[in-house]
Design a protein around this ligand. Structure first.
Ligand SMILES: [Zn+2]
Length: 121
């Protein structure tokens, strides 16, 4: 629990329960049926030279890009793009697979938003 950064046992148990419920309900991106609606954040670490070859997710069918940022991580000698998006699981999976095959792309991670039945937004 402490290695994961938690000091509060009840918060740890709450987050663990939420994570477990998500895993049972939705699984990870690869296990979802293609037509499932998903929201989440895509993180792409890449070399600046790969930027021109990255797929333009603003114009991808089945993906609604809500916002994106770019940062140059000079200490790590890498660029990172963070994209908040919604779309069909199959479309996002295809985009992730294409990015992972791209030269100059070092790491691609998609974090699905936790599912809640009610909340702030
Ligand atoms: Zn950069």
């Amino acid at each position: 629990m402490e290695r994961a950064g938690y000091r509060n046992r009840s918060r740890f148990l709450r987050d663990a329960a939420q994570h477990y419920a998500d895993a049972i309900e939705r699984g990870d991106l690869a296990s979802l049926p293609d037509e499932t609606d998903v929201e989440g954040t895509l993180v792409i670490y890449h070399q600046h030279t790969a930027e021109r070859r990255l797929p333009d997710l603003r114009h991808s069918d089945g993906i609604d890009l809500r916002s994106s940022t770019h940062a140059c991580m000079t200490g790590s000698h890498t660029c990172v793009d963070t994209m908040h998006l919604a779309g069909l699981a199959g479309s996002i999976q295809q985009a992730v697979a294409g990015l992972r095959r791209s030269e100059g792309v070092d790491r691609v991670i998609f974090v699905a938003a936790p599912t809640r039945s009610s909340g702030c937004c």
